[in-house]
Design a protein around this ligand. Sequence first.
Ligand code: PMP
Length: 280
Amino acid sequence: MGNETVYLNGQYLPLANAKISVMDRGFLFGDGVYEVIPAYFGKLFRLDDHLERLDNSLKSIRLQNPHSHEQWRNLLTPLLKKDLDQSVYLQITRGVAPKRDHAFPQHVTPTVFAMVSGINPHSDPDNGVKALSIEDSRWKLCHTKAITLLANVLLKQAAVDNGCTEAILFKNGYLTEGATSNVFAVIDGVLMTPPKSPAILPGITRDVILEIARKNNIPCSEQAIPMDELRKASEIWITSSTREIIPVVDLDDEKIGDGKPGALWKSLYKLFQEYKLSLR
Ligand code: PMP
């Protein structure tokens, strides 16, 4: 375990010294929410969007935000290394209860934890990744960024066991998202992604891509995508804060397009990098 500095309940301390009680409801019930926020050149990216999503996640589990947005910015900034690309992980659980009881404890203080790690976005223009399609076995609150991730863990592991980078999930024959990402497809020249609903996490990267595409007059649409349409897509991408936009070139051992990252991915990748630089 490294000596990097993390934040726990009001203190900055080495990771190895950061300890919580086994009675923490995050440990016992997965009773908490989290955020992952990229920082480019040492600056937090779309922080307000991430904190707004955190507000929504907390509201959905009926937990009050222990900090204002300004307090969050002040709390997270000291963890960042100057000028580097990193990501911040933050998590809030309902706290440490006197006994294990599913019902909310009274008068409990939430546990607040944050740490920083490196990021490694996909930047190889010649190669993409493989994905496995699999039935979405998750619950009905996928718009909540809950730490309760067992279904996502099992789905992602199924992909890894099949030599794939990501699991692409479907429900009732329609695409939802990836086990750890949102999914875009290029079908008949239109950039498509499923609409926001409780069936998917409203990805911040997803919003940025739609914003950039619209600004550049790239036809795009938020619409339901049947899995048999997805299989015919000329491009598929998975998107997330730590990996940005990754081209999927193989789904269930079938080539997508010509099996190489597509032309629209190349354009969006470039526009995304330009957008990052514009915020420097
Ligand atoms: N969906 C799921 C299930 C995720 O875990 C993530 C993030 N890892 C995303 C979508 C992408 O969200 P964002 O772009 O905000 O990172």
